[in-house]
Design a protein around this ligand. Structure first.
Ligand SMILES: Cc1cc2nc3c(=O)[nH]c(=O)nc-3n(C[C@H](O)[C@H](O)[C@H](O)COP(=O)(O)OP(=O)(O)OC[C@H]3O[C@@H](n4cnc5c(N)ncnc54)[C@H](O)[C@@H]3O)c2cc1C
Length: 351
């Protein structure tokens, strides 16, 4: 029997960040992951967007979440010797005077000022995109290389014998007073970080999931050197070497990881409708975002079996939510603090 302090199921962004903080607290972790079979983390653009939606609402808790995330990624960058966080601006197209008026009202609010670039500038998009009615520019934004982050840790944990590549079979879990036994592995607590597949976990299927499938393209746009992120009819996010992330779709009905011909055409047509320079599609991908009904992360212990824990519900904003809530949950698990009631799964009653 191999014994650990925690077994973490799922090594996407949630599992990786939680494992990182628990290890920092001196805990021995073992990961079980099926090789990113259903990982949203492998396709995400990793955008940090401070002001979102039609009404230009400041994202929940960003004044706390953004600095913490940036600090965490900087710390991880030093450890793995690889850039994870790319500070950047977002140019957002405004399509009519109603949108522009909304924006003008919101952009003057003192709470938004740190994120509003007063001298907006299309930069290298000028003349290369169909100019919309108007536009705005956000600063103090950026993107995290989520795939690079999880792959770097996977390599490390595999080499240390801390990651088992397999599909966890829930039927083989033996939950006893002293902990959770799974094949030849044992830990006092097993933490589930399976992304949207948590719906299939018999112990946590009662939570209110609302998964959203997303499809995207990786395209090559030669010699334009777009630097900023652009939110026009689609997002264009520079990934370096003339490669751009373009997306994404939102589908609440077809919950699987299969890219469809229909959505590829939709994405290509939409990109063509505003991008005036040629592009070549390199890849077309799909995955499911672990979105939940009340849009707040899921942290906590199972109401009947406290040997089982969950860290999930990072939804569409894992890059900015992940670091803060992973540290928060790690602190709770190590006995240093309580779980914030806004994210505690106790807010959802088990049937
Ligand atoms: C198209 C798209 C665009 C996105 N863009 C952004 C963005 O710009 N900014 C942002 O912040 N977020 C974005 N997201 C959201 C982001 O991807 C998620 O918030 C985050 O990656 C979720 O991480 P996770 O670890 O909870 O889940 P996942 O990444 O899904 O990881 C779960 C892991 O568990 C494994 N697993 C599941 N069940 C089992 C099992 N039984 N046994 C073993 N392993 C198992 C899975 O294969 C996977 O490796 C986007 C998502 C999508 C789909």
């Amino acid at each position: 029997m191999r014994t650990f302090d925690y077994i973490i199921v799922g090594q996407g962004l949630a599992g990786t960040l939680l494992g990182y903080f628990l290890e920092k607290s001196g805990k021995r972790i073992l990961f079980v992951d099926n090789g990113y079979k259903t990982a949203a983390s492998t396709v995400a653009a990793g955008i940090f967007n401070p002001i979102t939606g039609r009404r230009f609402v400041k994202s929940w808790m960003i004044d706390t979440l953004f600095p913490f995330a940036k600090e965490t990624y900087a710390e991880i960058e030093r450890e793995i010797n690889q850039q994870i966080f790319y500070p950047n601006h977002i140019i957002r197209a405004l399509f009519n005077h109603v949108e522009e008026n909304h924006w003008l009202m919101r952009s003057d609010l003192p709470e938004n000022l740190p994120y509003v670039e007063p001298k907006e500038d299309y930069g290298r998009y000028k003349g290369r995109i169909q100019e919309p009615y108007s536009y705005m520019e956000l600063r103090n934004a950026g993107r995290a290389d989520i795939l690079g982050l999880i792959q770097a840790f996977r390599k490390k944990w595999l080499s240390l014998g801390r990651l088992v590549e397999e599909q966890l079979n829930y039927e083989l879990l033996d939950i006893r007073k002293e902990g959770v036994f799974y094949k030849d592995l044992m830990a006092p607590t097993m933490i589930f970080c399976e992304g949207y597949m948590a719906r299939e976990n018999p112990h946590f299927s009662y939570l209110n999931y609302n998964p959203t499938k997303g499809e995207l393209l990786l395209v090559k746009i030669p010699n334009v050197d777009f630097r900023k992120m652009l939110k026009h009819k689609l997002y264009i996010v520079p990934f370096g070497d003339d490669i751009y992330w373009v997306g994404a779709t939102n589908d609440w009905n077809n919950i699987d990881d299969i890219p469809t011909a229909e959505n590829r055409k939709y994405l290509e047509d939409r990109l063509q409708s505003f991008l005036k320079v040629p592009f070549e599609v390199l890849e077309h991908k799909a995955a499911v975002r672990p979105t939940v009904k009340d849009r707040r992360p899921y942290l906590g212990l199972h109401p009947k079996y406290p040997q089982l824990a969950i860290f999930n519900g990072l939804g569409t904003k894992g890059a900015s939510l992940g670091p803060y809530w992973a540290q928060h949950f790690s602190d709770f698990l190590c006995g240093h603090s309580e779980i914030d009631s806004q994210v505690d799964i106790q807010r959802i009653k088990s049937k």
